[in-house]
Design a protein around this ligand. Sequence first.
Ligand code: NDP
Length: 330
Amino acid sequence: TKTPVTVAVTGAAGNIGYALMFRLASGAMLGPDQPIYINAIELPFAMEALKGVIMELRDCAFPLVKGILATDDAEQGFENADYALLVGSKPRSKGQERSDLLKENGGIFETIGRILNKVAKKTCKTTVVGNPANTNCLITAHNAPDIPSENFSSMMRLDHDRGLAQAALKLGHDPQDITEFAVWGNHSATMFPDLTYARLFGETYRHTFGNKEFDAWNEKEFIPTVQQRGAAIIEARGSSSAASAANAAIAQTRDWVHGNDGRWLTMGIKSGGEYGIPEGLWSGFPVEVDGEGNYAIVKDLPISSFQEEQIGKSVKELLSERDAVAELLH
Ligand code: NDP
């Protein structure tokens, strides 16, 4: 049997946390043979709610869970962490400026980065879910200089899976029939879900769809639908997506750790300047994983002017987010 690993989760009593904890505990992220310690981290005001979540978690009697810690002390919560899922962040309050929200959350992730650096394992892998996820991830990594920056990813998997689902639905296929799809840029309405290279059973998606019809549908329906999906869910459900966000956090981390069947994935990772995306930004890229915890950006893709324009819009936003939190990045 494997040695237990420690998974720290912030915002564990929130909406996403409530959906995520049970999937994590069931083995959906690290596999059915990997025992885990769960460290649930919350703010003091949410500790009572967290107590209830932990009671339910215990009541599931999950065989893989070897211990549960509930704490509002992040140093205790991240101690020896092998994995960190950073879900907790501050929602935008009414009338608040975006730049103020960025700074407030930046402060949260600055602290978390420092604490991870101090107490987590140097091999700890972190997935950032709390918004603005890409910029929060940048801040966290920046403040954890002793942990390799490749170990920090922001969640882009929900955007990826939303894209796959829409593209599959349109042609009456299963999402996993589509390969070579990815989402570039920020986890926000500026993201670019990119079907340029996508294939359906080896044939290009574009060709299967019909070359002529593809461009109109792609630009007028597909891209905006994926970009606006979060807002559409709030409109329909009355609150933001939670179960699908939790699923995406689990799936992104699972595939990062265990690999997949050679398909492209989307992860928010540090740019080294690839495809003109400025170095040091955390952006969505098409990546491949090797099953041993490593990923690499898919290389040498031809980029059309349409793609360049779409990617550029989202990169512009990432740059302005970075500017807004510049004081946290010295
Ligand atoms: P949710 O659980 O609904 O969301 C948590 C974060 O995930 C938000 O920033 C949310 O962004 C983000 N998110 C990322 N992708 C998505 C997506 N596709 N759909 C929806 N959300 C997405 O928030 P709650 O307010 O219910 O819970 C947050 C919890 O975090 C609270 O219990 C709070 O106490 C805790 N918290 C803990 C901290 C800590 O432990 N250090 C720090 C701050 C908060 P968006 O806001 O844009 O919806």
